[in-house]
Design a binder for this molecule. Sequence first.
Ligand code: COA
Length: 256
Amino acid sequence: MSYQNITLEIKNKTAQITINREGKLNALNRDTIAELKDAVSRAEADGSVRGLILTGAGEKAFVAGADIKEFLGKSKEEAEAMSRSGHELMNKIANLSKPVVAAINGFALGGGLELALACHFRVASSTAKMGLPEVSLGLIPGYGGTQRLPELIGKGRALELILTGEMVDAKAAYGWGLVSSIVDPDLLIDQSQKLLERIYSRSASAVSAAIVAVNGSSQGKVEGYGLEIRTFAECFVSEDFSEGLSAFTEKRKPRF
Ligand code: COA
């Protein structure tokens, strides 16, 4: 597969995947999700790769969410299929046999934060801002965020982020355990690489086994993910979501 929306570069045992739709703040459209699935599989199959870094092009955004323009006119069934496809990508990353770092270089919102949550580590630039703003569109997170966020930072703080739809800066995210370190924007990739190199000196098979074992703690949550997909799809037939979408397109505040 050739890539139009991402780049894949393999260097020093690391596959760096950059989401490359800077003009749309790297929003995840359908093609980008397909390309990410392909690139992650390629990195997993490549014996010279020991770890991955995911980041966004430009200085402004990691990923500003799922591509809201693609939500227009979707039926409940289509919304469910879209959510399922997003879950496939996120699960693929979370269960990869090689460690994956999200190098968060700016806005990580909605599907962008969910992508970062699926990674094994999150390193944030000091300029990063994170949040799950879906409720401001009349929607809920649909790429695993309702499950992975509480698992990472606890239910209370997760509910605060999800129900207010507000963003937090890198410092607050660090305080909440949402990111493991904050670095200068210029050093983001170097520091992410350094984190991976601390793992590269260890046994690759033991590292893979550890990922499987740690992920085992979430297995009881499988039903939670299914519930998220169905609830996300149900939002697509609500009046609020229709108003939320119109407001985004018309660049105004929604009237719920
Ligand atoms: N989906 C589709 N397009 C998006 C997008 C998204 N999630 N986020 C940003 N964009 C597009 C904008 O529509 C705009 O495109 P245009 O120039 O063709 O109009 C471009 O990216 C730049 O964004 P803009 O809103 O002009 O930048 P800003 O600096 O004023 O605001 C944000 C930045 C991140 C606060 C704002 O873009 C935003 O709120 N995005 C949506 C976040 C969101 O709700 N994500 C969850 C989706 S479920």
